[in-house]
Design a protein around this ligand. Structure first.
Ligand code: ATP
Ligand code: MG
Ligand code: MG
Length: 553
């Protein structure tokens, strides 16, 4: 087992356990709202919540925070379950929904009304904003604040019974309109929404607010530590107020940590949804998206994402993490695990003038040069081969390490050959190289001359045609959503996808494996796209990441 880095939340719980302040099981939860697909930011929260539970031999639940029915859907629920599972996390028991607790939450609202701690308010949204005051000015009490308990109970029942329209009435907590914390200025607990809910259908036309739902859901599930992002720090007094003022089954503790922000991308479901809805990307699982499903399709492994989350740690202070760290994590993982293969991206025909037309040879190469356990693969040597156009230069620059007229290169795992003639078509484009191979160079150096370098290649006879999606960063800009003046969609990298048709891979990839990306030697890591492969009738590969970080250089 890998040694997980210690984080401040873990230390905090360890302290509480040592001092006897915390006894019993540690229970955490991952509480996504099913209003989009999970992204890399959620992975941080997943690793933290499931990680803490694992460290303390506790439990972590998966709960859908489903209080905004109009924005939520079963599609999102299904994708979230799949992604959490794929990351290797197992939630305890059945999946939970905040909507499972709607009856209980309603009863707790009634309890607050009965205790004189909540009231039904008829101010309009605009009026309410005015009464709320500002950071500098205290708010003012609503004229409805002192309604008698009986009247509040009746109005709340009528709200539930559908006797009022959207927005006509709300239920508010009676806390303190002069509090310096605006969240405590009589926050709304319930609002009217005539909307079908994916779990509860048309049972309800009133829905509890997040700030009321969350502490109650946590308490219902016996959550001991409710980990959330920093923007909820100011809501913690309200979280505690709710639990202090209802007969809560237990008293969870809210602890905040910094959100993950990654440069060159965005981590907001709302904005990611816009990319999908307006067609800037193909789908939520477009391999350019920072979604878990997009990363999976691109070739990211769960291990690499978990390693990345360990690397960035958990902090109280915010900040932006470099995309290079995420790319480093996947490169490291794939470098040790990926099978090797050769793919010629831009094929240029090579004819070996001194090799018989009807002859072929089978050459055996390791699947992984450092790991013999991964076995061997076969490639075919024949008269006609392909190399990459970019590995030939008619007038080579200084220090050229590839092929040029009258120069020799080794073909990886094969023989050394020397270029003797360049063939052009009518338009002057180079269409073929006539080369001479040296039959005494398989696995040994040639005598009397030195090859210029090693290039990859495939045989014309049994390589397979393929299409390559060369993905790059989705945005050109380091923080695409930071500038208020610029719409982030205007900062999309126009070269975030470059499609190369007619590349050729060695024959062992006719049926590519779908569990791990390959390393295409000298090119990068590439993962078979199952959807696109089925549609194209030939293998389609997505570039996961290049071999080295060349971005911005
Ligand atoms: P978004 O703005 O993308 O909708 P959210 O916080 O509203 O994010 P939720 O579905 O409510 O999304 O998130 C579920 C959990 O994941 C929450 O506990 C939330 O704090 C956490 N989370 C969401 N985004 C990030 C992030 N960028 N970094 C760390 N944790 C995150
Ligand atoms: Mg949320
Ligand atoms: Mg959100």
């Amino acid at each position: 087992e890998s040694k997980k880095a210690h984080n401040f939340i873990q230390s905090l719980i360890e302290d509480a356990v040592a001092k006897g302040e915390h006894t019993g099981k540690v229970v955490t939860r991952f509480p996504p709202e099913p209003n989009g697909y999970l992204h890399i930011g959620h992975a941080k929260s997943i690793c933290l919540n499931f990680g803490i539970a694992e460290t303390f031999d506790g439990e972590c639940t998966l709960r859908f925070d489903d209080t905004n029915p109009e924005k939520e859907s079963q599609e999102y629920i299904d994708s979230i379950k799949k992604d959490v599972h794929w990351l290797g996390c197992e939630w305890s028991g059945e999946v939970r929904y905040a909507s499972d607790y709607f009856d209980a939450i309603y009863d707790f609202a009634v309890e607050l009304i009965e205790k004189g701690k909540a009231y039904v308010c008829a101010l309009t949204a605009d009026q309410m904003a005015e009464y709320r005051g500002t950071l500098k000015e205290p708010g003012q009490n609503s004229p409805y604040r002192d309604r008698p308990v009986e009247e509040n109970l009746q109005l709340f029942r009528d709200m539930r019974a559908g006797k009022y329209q959207n927005g006509e009435l709300v239920l508010r907590a009676k806390i303190d309109m002069t509090s310096p914390n605006i969240n405590l200025r009589d926050p709304i607990l319930y609002r009217i929404r005539y909307a079908d809910h994916h779990q509860t259908g048309d049972k309800w036309c009133i829905y509890p607010m997040y700030d009321f739902t969350h502490p109650i859901s946590d308490a219902m599930e016996g959550i001991t530590h409710s980990l959330c992002t920093l923007e909820f720090e100011d809501h913690r007094p309200l979280y505690d107020w709710v639990l202090d003022n209802i007969s809560a089954p237990c008293q969870p503790r809210q602890i905040e940590f910094a959100r993950l922000n990654l440069n060159y991308t965005i981590t907001s479901k709302r904005k990611l949804k816009r990319l999908v809805d307006e067609g800037f990307v193909d789908s939520w699982n477009d391999p350019r998206m920072p979604t878990i499903s997009g990363m999976r399709r691109r070739g990211y492994t769960p291990e690499s994402i978990r390693t990345f989350c360990d690397m960035i740690g958990v902090n109280k202070a915010g900040g932006t993490v470099d995309m290079g760290m995420l790319e480093h994590a996947i490169r490291e993982d794939l470098n040790t695990r990926s099978p090797r293969a050769m793919c010629v991206m831009r094929p240029l025909k090579v004819t070996l003038t001194n090799y018989p037309e009807d002859k072929t040879e089978t050459l055996v190469l390791p699947v992984h040069p450092q790991n013999p356990d991964m076995g061997e693969r076969e490639v075919t040597w024949s008269q006609t081969l392909y190399i990459d156009r970019e590995d030939f230069a008619e007038e080579p620059p200084r220090k050229w390490k590839r092929l040029a007229p009258d120069q020799a290169v080794r073909l990886r795992g094969g023989y050394v050959m020397t270029c003797r003639e360049v063939i052009r078509d009518d338009s002057g484009e180079i269409v073929e190289l006539k080369c001479e191979y040296d039959p005494n160079t398989l696995g040994v150096n040639p005598e009397g001359y030195k090859p210029n370098g090693v290039v990859h290649w495939v045989s014309a006879t049994d390589s397979v045609e393929t299409d390559i999606n060369q993905y790059d960063r989705l945005f050109n800009h380091e923080s695409p959503d930071s500038d208020k003046e610029t719409d982030f969609v205007d900062l999309i990298n126009p070269e975030s996808l470059v499609v190369l048709k007619g590349a050729r891979v060695e024959k062992s990839l006719a049926q590519p494996r779908t569990d791990l990306p390959y390393q295409f030697e000298r090119e990068g890591y590439f993962f078979c796209d199952q959807e696109l492969t089925a549609a194209a009738g030939r293998p389609v590969f997505n570039r996961t990441v290049t071999l080295r970080d060349s971005w911005g250089k």
